[in-house]
Ligand binder design. Structure first.
Ligand code: FMN
Length: 370
């Protein structure tokens, strides 16, 4: 997709100023001008180089990223797969595939289908289990400059804690992102992410198990995300990531059954961006920890929109399948945008679309009127 950002054209460039008239001539006026032209015009001082804008961002507990463009879990493998086509060291961070305690073979096929403006997936957290992930990839991650955040999933608080303990202190693991959109077997399959109590409980338990930077990923499949976000922040998360996929289904061409083997899938891509924007907008006003936005980013305008509603960083997901080089290009485009606007830091763009009085419009719930 093409960037909607206005491109600077030669017409935008101001014509060079006419040679300045020396002050003494100005004061005396043209008639007092000496017939002998003795005044020497001072040369313009050389233009000082425009300093590079500061793109760095601290997601808490010293998880300092060089820039605010991350790649989303499940869409960039373990990072290694893209090493030949993407300058991965230039990314803000890599959120690797969802990792569980034991290996998972994932859901039955079909697992993905295209939808208008996005895709539905029901991969089912296929992964080789935390021990195999560490054995296979952690050594490589250690040599990288780009931080790797391991996305953790589980079916009980105990699962999350155990995976976390195995990741804790492993060189190459820069942080943890909890995927809490999983059925909680302890509560009869209710997702952790849709209940403030369960979300707070799993966050607090993981917090006690590690000093690693802890990000917790919000689900959009709730009526009001704010109490859940607050519970997670109160339980000690360092940052929130928002959002995971929206629950949906597709119908098989035969019209005799749902298309996906798992029936339900997660909707992602540009179609979900307005929902992600709404959630980031709401959450950014009720927590004091950083919010990282995810959902339908395909171009710089999307990044700027998410920053405007209070995100300090963004993750790129589904769009990577169409163009794996997009995230690195966004880093360059964000820097260029800052230079174009004369900003010393991209952080000047954060929160510009939030209400001036924090929390003002959200006291009574979602302000949605059809
Ligand atoms: C194929 C696929 C696999 C995903 N796997 C995970 C996962 O393992 N853990 C997780 O937290 N999110 C997972 N996600 C969700 C993404 O990280 C992201 O939250 C979501 O796709 C919305 O962003 P997007 O619209 O930019 O894709 C997955 C998404 C896709 C498309």
């Amino acid at each position: 997709m093409k960037s909607k950002r206005r491109v600077t054209t030669s017409r935008d460039v101001r014509p060079s100023m006419p040679t300045r008239i020396p002050m003494d001539r100005k004061r005396r006026g043209p008639r007092a001008q000496s017939p002998v032209r003795t005044a020497v015009v001072a040369p313009e001082p050389p233009a000082s180089p425009v300093p590079e804008p500061d793109l760095s961002v601290d997601l808490g507990r010293d998880l300092l990223l060089a820039n605010p463009i991350l790649v989303a879990s499940g869409t960039f493998g373990y990072g290694i797969e893209y090493g030949d086509v993407v300058e991965i060291q230039r990314l803000g961070a890599i959120c690797c595939k969802g990792t569980t305690l034991k290996a998972r073979i994932g859901n039955i096929t079909p697992r993905v289908t295209e939808t208008p403006g996005g895709m539905l997936n029901s991969i089912g957290l296929q992964n080789p289990g935390v021990d195999a992930v560490l054995e296979k990839y952690a050594g490589t991650w250690t040599g990288w400059q780009v931080p790797v955040i391991v996305n953790v999933a589980g079916e009980s608080v105990g699962d999350y804690v155990e995976v976390t303990k195995r990741l804790d202190g492993v060189p190459g693991v820069a942080g943890i992102e909890l995927n809490i959109s999983c059925p909680n077997v302890g509560r009869g399959g209710l997702q952790f992410a849709i209940d403030a109590g369960a979300a707070g409980e799993v966050t607090a338990a993981v917090r006690r198990a590690t000093d690693l930077p802890l990000l917790v990923k919000l689900s959009p499949n709730v009526a009001d995300v704010r109490p859940i976000a607050r519970a997670i922040a109160d339980a000690g998360a360092d940052a929130l990531t928002a959002i995971n996929t929206l629950s949906g289904i597709a119908v098989a061409p035969s019209r005799q059954k749902p298309l996906l083997g798992n029936i339900y899938g997660g909707l992602s891509g540009p179609a979900i961006k307005p929902v992600a924007l709404r959630i980031v907008y709401e959450v950014a006003q009720v927590v004091d920890i950083p919010v990282v936005a995810i959902g339908g980013v395909t171009e710089l305008a999307d990044v700027l929109d998410f920053l405007a509603v209070g995100a300090v960083a963004v993750q790129v997901g589904t769009a990577i399948f169409a163009d794996p080089t997009l995230p690195v290009r966004l880093v360059d485009e964000l820097a260029a945008e800052c230079r174009h606007r004369g900003l010393a830091s991209y952080r000047d763009l954060v929160g510009s679309a939030l209400p001036k009085k924090p929390g003002a419009p959200s006291a009574k719930g979602v302000e949605y009127r059809p």
